[in-house]
Write a protein of this length. Structure first.
Length: 260
């Protein structure tokens, strides 16, 4: 799914919309046939079943939407955290001799350029992975150069302050990468689709009392549910669909501009 959320998300939502229309009509015809056979008992007990199904559907929609938004916010906060970690390490380069700090500053600029570019590559996953590998390679070069510079400086504060800051800068990269892989199990989305279809069947059954089809209710219910599911998927996989987080990336761009 995460290879192309726009395509798969639209296919999933479109299939759900068509399936709901089909089951709304199926439920309506079953309701009409049942009313013809048993006018008094056709609607008996249906309210309790509808309440249970629609209540569970509402709970699941709220759960998946809330979780997607929460993870979306976490990813934006991690971008800010990475900018803070890189900025702190950049400032602590002042603890090193000028000659060592100059070469490290150049590596820092290359590293931050790579970090910014890696997420700009999305939704091209292979290109993102190539750029991420370059970022990790630069991390190793920065660490090696910083350790050597700290040994040469002979200053006690340099290794105590700079190396932990570099370690945090490196760790946040792994945290951000792994956070993008955290999603609900696919069965959750499967349950959401099945409950939507079951609710459509019951809603269609409830509409059997009308002499004609209420297209506003039929199309409105199916469209609202399909769009809701698509938005949940899009929020769950930012950068790969229509929802983006470039505004959060701006803090990294501004940090790079300050690295004169």
């Amino acid at each position: 799914m995460n290879q192309n959320v726009i395509t798969y998300g639209l296919e999933f939502a479109g299939g759900l919309f068509l399936g709901m229309l089909l089951l709304l009509e199926t439920g309506r015809r079953i309701g009409i046939r049942r009313a013809a056979q048993d006018p008094e008992g056709a609607q008996r007990g249906i309210g309790a079943v509808e309440g249970a199904i629609f209540g569970l559907l509402g709970l699941l929609v709220a759960f998946t939407f809330s979780g997607a938004v929460s993870r979306f916010d976490d990813r934006r906060h991690l971008i800010i955290e990475e900018a803070n970690d890189i900025g702190t390490a950049w400032l602590r380069l002042d603890l090193l001799p000028a000659s060592s700090a100059a070469s490290l500053r150049d590596l820092f600029r290359q590293y931050l350029d790579s970090r910014i570019e890696s997420y700009r590559k999305l939704p091209d996953i292979p290109a993102f992975r190539v750029e991420l590998a370059r970022s990790i390679k630069l991390q190793g070069e920065i660490w090696t150069a910083a350790v050597a510079a700290c040994r040469e400086s002979g200053s006690q504060p340099a290794p105590m302050l700079l190396l932990p800051a570099l370690n945090e800068m490196i760790d946040i990269t792994t945290t951000r990468t792994e956070t993008t892989k955290i999603h609900p199990p696919p069965i959750i989305f499967g349950m959401l689709a099945m409950l939507s279809l079951a609710a459509s069947l019951l809603a269609g059954y409830g509409m059997a009392g009308g002499k004609t089809r209420n297209w506003i209710h039929i199309l409105g219910f199916a469209a609202v549910m399909a769009v809701t599911v698509y938005v949940i998927l899009d929020i769950e996989y930012p950068r790969l669909g229509l929802i983006r987080v470039e505004s959060a990336d701006q803090v990294l761009v501004e940090l790079r501009q300050s690295m004169k």
